[in-house]
Design a protein around this ligand. Structure first.
Ligand SMILES: *Cc1c(COP(=O)(O)O)cnc(C)c1O
Length: 370
């Protein structure tokens, strides 16, 4: 039996020598953080790669979300319509800004917020919609923007899964008032830890800059209250190195994603998410839904794979709204679809170096060939 653990993902690293060479100048300059040369270089490079008007780098995706919400200066206690079918960070970021998450159901077809259920949640306290491009599946950005315009709401996308995704020929970060990316080690593209906010209103650049750097604007000048959420130079350099290889990494993911899809799409009881047309995908994850007519339950399949040293993940179970810290505290629609997805979801291992024979082994287990 294979003894090496197959985890749900594996961090992509640039060639060792490439990174070591790239960080060498830091030993000359002794400038390893505080918006240094590489911070500026990466901000510029990613603005180009993600095809967005402007971008602000952050220490991680979560702080990027928190700072972005804070940058809009919403009144305390205001309501933000969001989805519970996400990583806990999304909901934490709202609550830690002293705002109230209001949970909207998602669509079973792709796991993104159900745009037809948003309006019924809007009250005079609603200030924003915070949807998630979950697994890189693109939300119905047109319908969401229409609702936002009608009620004068801000739209902040959690685009943590959507690095490199384009929709209708535009980078995904062009949709909404802001879009937040994560460059965590487990994501498609990493800066070890890191994140960024994309936006088009230049005033956001200054606000985010102040928020991520203590509001400091001069040796003796602090203009506003801020935190510390800057990206350091080692991370920025990791980002510059990884950026050179990210297209290859996505190609490697795509090949494996397509093999999974081809082999599993006919398997009884296994359903795949639909994806919108006009999308260039990043193949960040391979989620499957284990339906009633599959020969095992989702949890049995999870266990069965673990016994074979394969470690899929139940992203996202439980719903964030069901976690102890949020349970029964906030308004919501019925969350029937989200709950069903949470019960059925299993994310299979997917990364550029996942070996063919391992991939086949996983497929064989799911299709009952062993
Ligand atoms: C990873 C992730 C975050 C947080 O990003 P970090 O860089 O890990 O702080 C936020 N939202 C979603 C949906 C994520 O998957």
């Amino acid at each position: 039996m294979n003894t090496e653990k197959i985890l749900v993902t594996r961090t992509t690293m640039p060639p060792y020598e490439e990174y070591i060479e790239a960080i060498r100048p830091l030993w000359d300059s002794h400038w390893i953080t505080n918006m240094g040369k590489y911070h500026r270089e990466l901000e510029k490079a990613l603005t180009g790669y993600l095809d967005v008007p402007e971008l602000s780098l952050m220490v991680n995706g979560h702080m990027a979300l928190e700072m972005t919400i804070q940058a809009f200066d919403f009144p305390e206690g205001a309501e933000v319509i969001t989805t519970p079918f996400t990583f806990i960070s999304t909901t934490h970021a709202i609550v830690r800004n002293h705002l109230q998450p209001v949970f909207c159901d998602v669509k079973e077809s792709d796991g993104t917020i159900d745009e037809d259920r948003i309006e019924e949640l809007i009250t005079e306290k609603t200030v924003a919609i915070l949807p998630v491009h979950v697994y890189g599946n693109v939300c119905n950005v047109e319908a969401i923007q229409k609702i936002a315009d009608k009620y004068s709401l801000k739209v902040i996308y959690d685009a943590a899964h959507a690095f490199g995704v384009t929709y209708n020929g535009k980078g995904i970060g062009n949709y909404g008032d802001a879009a937040v990316f994560s460059f965590h080690a487990t994501k498609v593209y990493n800066t070890i830890e890191g994140g960024a906010v994309a936006f088009s209103d230049h005033r956001l650049y200054d606000r985010l800059y102040n928020l991520k750097n203590f509001g400091i604007r001069g040796e003796e000048l602090v203009v506003s209250i801020g935190a510390n959420a800057k990206m350091n130079e080692f991370s920025a350099i990791m980002g510059l190195c990884n950026l050179k290889h990210v297209d290859d990494a996505i190609r490697g993911r795509k090949k494996r994603w397509e093999l999974y899809a081809e082999k599993l799409s006919g398997t009884e009881g296994i359903r795949l998410f639909e994806r919108r047309g006009e999308t260039v995908h990043n193949y960040a994850y391979f989620p499957v839904l284990v339906k009633k007519d599959f020969r095992m339950t989702r949890d049995e399949l999870y266990q069965c794979l673990r016994e074979e040293n394969i470690y899929p993940r139940k992203y996202f179970y439980p719903l964030t709204s069901d976690q102890a810290c949020f349970k029964n505290k906030y308004k919501r629609t019925e969350l029937d679809a989200a709950r069903r997805l949470a019960e059925e979801i299993l994310v299979l291992p997917l990364y550029p170096e996942l070996e063919q024979k391992e991939l086949k082994r996983i497929i064989d287990i799911l299709s009952g060939n062993r």
